[in-house]
Ligand binder design. Structure first.
Ligand code: GTP
Ligand code: MG
Length: 170
């Protein structure tokens, strides 16, 4: 086992956008309609096979409630990757996600790889943020972009895998 193949990944975004649900879908292939707000942060690990290497992701799922905002630097410090999540039915969460990207770009590790995820893709009938708006912002900032659904699993493995492929070699 080689410690050098471990990478820290952090999830950031407003409360209830689905950060914990994305992690739970990715790591355990589970989803709960009754997923509770995260307190502080949750930690999970996931092994990924890539280029004949086993990479271990150390995933920090942060709490989006505003009272936990001051803890965030602890979780993105030293992170190789981040997934910033918004909810396509909630424009406020889209604005908040852009603020998280700004914060990462100003205060985060300089070489951090960032993915921008428009979650709850399954709620198309309640959509308030157009895919092209998410994509335009992400392209402009040089971020990976995907719409996802933790509920159906749509693009969940894909966004984590795409991030993995962009990690710097150690
Ligand atoms: P905090 O921990 O408070 O920051 O919230 P969070 O971003 O971790 O959100 P969480 O995963 O707890 O999900 C909030 C609610 O949205 C729960 O009721 C989930 O079941 C629901 N949810 C999460 N992802 C999806 C999704 O892709 N589609 C739908 N329809 N509901 C989702
Ligand atoms: Mg959570």
């Amino acid at each position: 086992d080689d410690d050098s193949q471990e990478y820290k990944l952090v999830l950031l975004g407003e409360s209830s956008v689905g950060k914990s649900s994305l992690v739970l879908r990715y790591c355990k292939d589970q989803f709960f309609d009754s997923q509770e707000p995260t307190i502080g942060a949750a930690f999970l690990t996931q092994a990924v096979q890539f280029n004949d290497l086993e990479i271990k992701l150390q995933i920090w799922d942060t709490a989006g409630q505003e009272r936990y905002h001051s803890l965030a630097p602890m979780y993105y410090k030293g992170a190789s990757a981040a997934i910033v999540v918004y909810d396509i039915t909630n424009p406020t969460s889209f604005d908040r996600a852009k603020q998280w990207v700004n914060e990462l770009q100003s205060n985060g590790p300089p070489d951090i790889v960032i993915a921008f995820a428009g979650n709850k893709f399954d709620l198309e009938s309640r959509r308030k943020v157009e895919a092209r708006d998410g994509e335009a912002y992400a392209n402009n900032q040089g971020l990976i972009f995907m719409e996802t659904s933790a509920k159906t699993g749509y693009n969940v493995d894909d966004i984590f895998f795409k991030l993995t492929t962009k990690l710097p070699k150690k």
